[in-house]
Design a protein around this ligand. Structure first.
Ligand code: ZN
Length: 142
């Protein structure tokens, strides 16, 4: 029952994400699914990691675009861009939002597909764009 089979670790995949706004949620589900499909892994775990301090990754609804709109509107209210911060670079709000949302997500792979809920999508969250970003994907077969 798979006990003798070795756990396979695929090489880390580096995806490019181009953001076009200062605060933006980019649906990267298709890009990540493509990476999973190309890996040939049928059963395993997919880890998505953001190697930046002013961006994040999250999973949320991708059916109604107003969810993303409301999410972005509210996070900008919760963490205002100007609030007497001292960080010289002037982007403390972006650093805060990144840590609040988080830098990684894990999704189960079943039958070669990301096992997301019907309404779920994976979002790259930009908090200090527009920029060219990287998104790391690690696929583990087990
Ligand atoms: Zn900074």
């Amino acid at each position: 029952m798979g006990r003798t089979s070795e756990v396979k670790y695929m090489k880390t995949i580096r995806l490019n994400v181009k953001t076009t706004a200062h605060t933006q949620m980019v649906d990267v589900t298709d890009q990540i699914q493509k990476a999973v499909t190309e890996s040939g892994v049928r059963e395993g775990i997919c880890t998505v990691f953001v190697p930046h301090t002013t961006a994040a990754v999250t999973i949320n609804e991708n059916a109604d675009p107003d969810v993303v709109r409301d999410f972005t509107m509210e996070i900008n209210k919760i963490v205002p861009w100007e609030d007497g911060y001292r960080h010289m670079e002037g982007n403390s709000a972006a650093h805060l939002k990144s840590s609040m949302i988080g830098f990684s997500e894990q999704v189960i792979i079943e039958d070669g597909r990301l096992l997301l809920g019907v309404w779920q999508g994976i979002y790259f969250c930009e908090y200090d764009g527009p920029r060219s970003r990287k998104l790391l994907v690690k696929i583990r077969e087990d």
